[in-house]
Design a protein around this ligand. Sequence first.
Ligand SMILES: Cc1ncc(COP(=O)(O)O)c(C=O)c1O
Length: 514
Amino acid sequence: MEGVRSSSLLLGISWVCVGIVKKKISNLVLAKQSKVPLFNALLAHAKRDVVSFHCPGHKNGRSIDKVLKDYTGEDVYKFDVTVFDEVDSLHDPIGPIKKAQELMAQAYNVKHSLFLVNGTSVGNMAMFLAACDSGDSVIVSRNSHKSVMSGVIVSGVWPIWIQPEINQDLDLVFSATYDQIKNALDRYHEAKAVFITSPTYNGVVTELSKIVDLCHKRGKIVLVDEAHGAHLHFNPSLPESAVAAGADLCVQSIHKTLSAISQGSVLHFNSKLVDFNRVKKIVSMLQTTSPNYLTLASLDLARRQAFLHGEENFNKVIKSAEIGRAYINTNIHSMKCCTRQEIQRLGFDLDVTKLTVNVTKTGLSGYEIENILAKEYNIQLDYADLFNLVAIMGEGSNKSDVDAFVDALRSISAKYHGQQKNWILKIPSLATEMVMRPREVFLSNSTKKISFKKAVGHVAAQTLTPYPPGIPVVIPGERITKEICDYLIDMSSKDIRMSGQETECLRTVKVFTN
Ligand SMILES: Cc1ncc(COP(=O)(O)O)c(C=O)c1O
């Protein structure tokens, strides 16, 4: 027996059973990935029942309010500790956090991984600051999360925006395509980096490998917001992940699709073009010195679970999602759940674990159905807009969740009928002129509010984002065009709220005054 083990170790690689799936993984890697050094350090500490003279003030849960403790139990608070040798420091790790981060990097096959305790939001800002100097130009797809705009502002870069394609058959926004990136690179030679969001909220994945190859041939850095794609790496039937595609830096919300606790994200580093020490310094600068150790430990455990069982777990999730999708498309005639084949025909790929259900034919908006699902069926969605419902599945999802969801949709489609609306998903052309860097305008006090009617030609000093499609139509530093003004006046006449508006009703826009 010993002989067999050592010969397979000598060979380095053997066929081993991971969950129910046979994978070619070295026994050494498997043994390492089975470990959870950070969780074990915290557990050992919690079991010692130490007298706490450290932060936080609740002292192992003792003064946590009874109503909360009655529900959660007390033990969990023993994990809520501060920095000391036994549990290591997030900012200068030399013990279990260092080991846990190394295991994360090994699991994703990247050079380094850094734990984040303020979600992908902080990671997006860190990527801009780490890869670019103030004044550099970065090509950015405009269908970005608000933290991307924060990254643009804090880093002081010049954004070169790519207007994403809107598909009016599916009422979906796509990410930047290879051709769009190539055109931008051909036109703006000065661009230092390209920032891409993939997958989108709806699970649409762009042609990342091709984009990364092109960028690297031209010496450009590729930064990817893969908040919704931490699971892709662990199941070969899902679309290719950003780490596999070779992105220089990529951030994933491990808490969104894998089993980490909220705020648990990871920044992966795999670059020859960016200095890792700078990345570390910036991540440290942006993060709290009192990280939640429960979140950190959950990253360690989520990594082990995904590495050992991700393929098997996501096979089940994919199967349930596809059964649900087929049921909706066959049996609920007023609703439509987009399929992978449909998205692939358009040149993208789809993570099928996201169920995007178009409800326009019901005559109800996605918001209305989201509300009905929550109030009458006890089902909470992640997101809805006028056109679509977005049901996000994760490692913890199961078939009965999907059954409940499709049953509820069937019952809603039979029970509720609205008048068919003529809504069209569109935004004005965003080919406007960037006059100043967003950072300069954002930090300036030389601003005033003016009515939309007078705003043409002015430089915007705020961001305004209509949902849907979640693409900012006004950005600090950008010249406001007549088309954008007309669009804003139209939105205001319909009393539609926009993310970023600073007043109750949307009648004015903040502009730069010199
Ligand atoms: C595309 C995208 N990027 C980044 C984020 C922010 O991630 P987090 O909530 O982990 O900060 C989100 C959140 O929904 C997102 O949808």
